[in-house]
Write a protein that binds this ligand. Sequence first.
Ligand code: SF4
Length: 447
Amino acid sequence: MNISFFTLGCKLNYAETSTLREQFEKAGHSIVEFGEPTDAVIINTCTVTENADAECRKIIRRTLRTSPNAFVGVTGCYAQLQPEEIASIEGVDAVFGSKEKFSIPQLFKEFHKLETPQIHVSDLEEVEFVESSSSDNDSRNRAFLKLQDGCNYNCSFCTIPLARGGSRSMKFTDIMPRINGLIKAGFREIVLSGINLGDYTAPTSEKFIDVLRLINSCSPEARFRISSIEPNLLTPEIIDLVASSDVIVPHFHIPLQSGSPDILKKMRRRYKAGYYSSLITEIRSKIPDCCIGVDIIVGFPGETDTHFEETFNFLYELPISYLHVFTYSERENTPAAEYMPKVLPVVRKERTNRLRVLSAKKKNEFYRSQIGTVHTIIPEFYYHETKLWIAWTENYVRVEFSAPPSLLQVPMSIRLEEIQGEVMAGTLLENQQTVTQNTPEYYSILF
Ligand code: SF4
């Protein structure tokens, strides 16, 4: 049968949809692009998405417009948390929880519209780890590899532990074969991903630092990026390893969520603001060009103007490179949803905007500090309209540069020249192998 997929939410969801896709192919189904006529669609949802319900309805309507008889299955975090609500949406045939997500081809051999929607959602005790990886936005050289899933923490605003269950990790011995498979498929940058990646603990007890040491010692033909890591799990050993590694790139994304000690406590985060700032100072002193990204939530219940100013000033002083700013919104079944007083929506918006402006300033400062420096890029996309290539440096600077469209997508050295809007302009260094496709040099590399 023909099956199409639609994914909402985080990179991990995209990686998992890729796994679902492979499972359906193995079961003999054909995958069609979302929007094409299909016999069934599987929607992989997210609970963090604002208006997940409205999004779901929209996708279902779009599917049924082209394929009125298509079977509609909904899975993912939102499906785990609100199965009845989803089953009541017109057009839905089945809802699959996080545990059932990877058993859909076994649960249904054929996909036909049902009179009454079926709910296949069980509780999340002892849910197993399922391997997943996917390319980043169809990039041919950047992939996400899920090493860890779920979370044992209990941050008061977060539904992820409820939606995905407890922390579990890929077997240690499976890591290098999986990485080698991605490298063989042509990926040259692998983003190590997880819900709480720093909490990686293999069934045989290895920790995240052991994963990094393993990757580092194997000298694979790819570079590795740590997607995001909780500050309390970012140890001096990890920082030292990244500082000395040729394959693990100098980029950390470290959720802070608030710079106010009171709010951090109410959020049930596992570190203090003082610890966080010394962590950033340590990284900056050991890896001066490191890119440091920070997640922040504004408008958490009880966040007064004074708390917000504390956060703003804290971030203003920190030598960080960019912020991801999230506006707090109540999530059912979380302790924070009951906390009072609520912050007015208009105030939440104002605070979000102020931090977004601060983020642009931080990014500009970071980019400015990189002018004249030389970095490694892997050419990612060529834009015919602008006749420019775009790529990421190892320290996460978005760079555009001029080169023939046939340029081979292998690591190259580039000098960062100037800031141009949201990106930096760079020049490929001379005297390096800027091999283009379909030339004798190209074939000598391939064979
Ligand atoms: S660490 Fe906190 S915010 Fe992150 S997934 Fe776990 S509970 Fe949610």
